[in-house]
Design a protein around this ligand. Structure first.
Ligand code: HEC
Ligand code: HEC
Length: 358
């Protein structure tokens, strides 16, 4: 019976570690706290974009500043904190007004036909030519209606930097690369274009297409032979020289694009081939919904994916980063079952061998 007991103990502690200790340690290590030491809960909002995460961030920033002002003895430092508090309250008010306006536009009835005409102003940049515009290549919008949330699209056309929650980056000199459309469209026109996108660009993308439209302008996927310029083209080595001139030319183009992108973002966005193994489901979901919640101050803009759009992107990240997961999930119970049966057989065999000796 000893063997069965040992098996039981090992299985018990393995399961305990797997289901309780590891997730708890993970949670404790990644928890975020405000100035008073209260934990800040980062929760998914189901890919709804209505200013909720912004309002929560403002509330924390303001209460942190008020707490610090209350404890600060130095008059000069106190004055500087008070200035920051005024700014934080301004930001809070500005964002609240912005999202209220977005909600108002959301109530208008858009006209897809008028939207199609107005969409002509978008194709100057969104033209599929893979040309960098102000730091980054404007994405293909073929499936925009399916990928992006409707409210987010309204916000984007109203004010791109506010929608992406990177307005803090553009407070002074730098302009958002799509910033030129800010203020050029009436509320009705915004509703029209969004209706057009939701009706005419709503074909379901494949998992890879979703990533290509939503993320690839910034993130390469080395394991799928994808760069910021898209799929790496097939080229051939010259038999006589051993050089693959086309591959070299392509590599140079990628390097140039990455340099421009790094200038725009402050750093080169990471390759995402293995990200799905490095980050938890909860992190990925909340980060994509609003990068600022997980990495305050990050330059990655919010992308505005709908829940269905996120699921597609996630599927692609799994396909590339963890292709054997389905097989592994299937194998798990079989392996456990095997050990269980093996233990019983080992025990029976042992009893059989020893029975004459006892
Ligand atoms: C001046 C060039 C320009 C114009 C005009 C323009 N865009 Fe963009 N657009 C961009 C760039 C550049 C990006 C990528 C920005 C980024 O990732 O920081 C972008 C991103 C987007 C995205 C992706 C959203 C996101 O946050 O990931 C959508 C959707 C979009 N544009 C729709 C439109 C529509 C609809 C119009 C016309 C009403 C339009 N754009 C006009 C340059 C432009
Ligand atoms: C306009 C550029 C841009 C776009 C578009 C973009 N990202 Fe990012 N992303 C960045 C930058 C820059 C960073 C690095 C952030 C940092 O370290 O502050 C980043 C970081 C990340 C990280 C790593 C976070 C971490 O530290 O673990 C993940 C995951 C990620 N992006 C996922 C995505 C996905 C998925 C998409 C498409 C839905 C996407 N990004 C679209 C610019 C972008």
């Amino acid at each position: 019976m000893k063997e069965l007991k040992i098996f039981g103990v090992v299985a018990f502690f393995s399961l305990l570690t797997y289901y309780l200790v590891e997730p708890y340690a993970h949670h404790a290590m990644h928890a975020k706290f405000d100035a008073q030491g209260n934990e800040i809960k980062i929760e998914s909002h189901g890919f709804v974009y209505d200013g909720t995460t912004e309002a929560a961030a403002s509330a924390v920033a303001i209460s942190d500043l008020e707490y610090k002002i209350g404890k600060e003895k130095d008059a000069k430092l106190k004055a500087s904190l008070e200035k920051k508090l005024t700014l934080a309250k301004d930001v809070q008010a500005k964002k609240a007004t912005f999202w209220k306006e977005v909600a108002t536009i959301g109530q208008l009835t858009g006209n897809a036909k008028a939207g199609e005409a107005a969409f002509a102003s978008c194709t100057g940049c969104h033209n599929g030519l893979n040309m960098n515009m102000g730091g980054v290549i404007p994405p293909n919008l073929d499936h925009a209606g399916a990928l992006y949330d409707e409210n987010y699209l309204i916000a984007l056309l109203k004010d791109p930097a506010m929608a992406s929650n990177v307005d803090h980056k553009y407070a002074d000199t730098m302009l958002h690369p799509m910033g030129s459309i800010k203020g050029t469209m009436s509320h009705q026109q915004i509703a029209d274009v969004v209706t057009y996108l939701k009706e005419k660009k709503a074909a379901e993308p494949t998992a890879k297409t979703a990533f290509m439209e939503a993320c690839v302008r910034c993130h390469a996927m080395r394991y799928d032979k994808v760069t910021q310029l898209g799929d790496i083209p097939k080229t051939k080595e010259n038999i006589k020289t051993g050089h693959d001139i086309d591959a070299m030319k392509y590599a140079q183009k990628v390097a140039e694009e990455q340099a421009t992108l790094a200038g725009y973002m402050g750093k080169l966005p990471p390759d995402l081939s293995m990200i799905i193994r490095a980050r938890s489901e909860h992190f990925m979901e909340t980060f994509i919904e609003d990068p600022q919640t997980q990495l305050p101050g990050t330059s990655m803009p919010r992308v505005g994916l709908s829940e269905a759009g996120y699921e597609k992107v996630h599927e692609y990240l799994m396909d590339i980063g963890d292709p054997s997961k389905p097989a592994r999930d299937m194998a798990g119970p079989w392996v456990l079952g095997f050990f269980f049966i093996f233990t019983i057989l080992a025990y029976l065999w042992k009893s059989h061998q020893w029975k004459d000796l006892h």
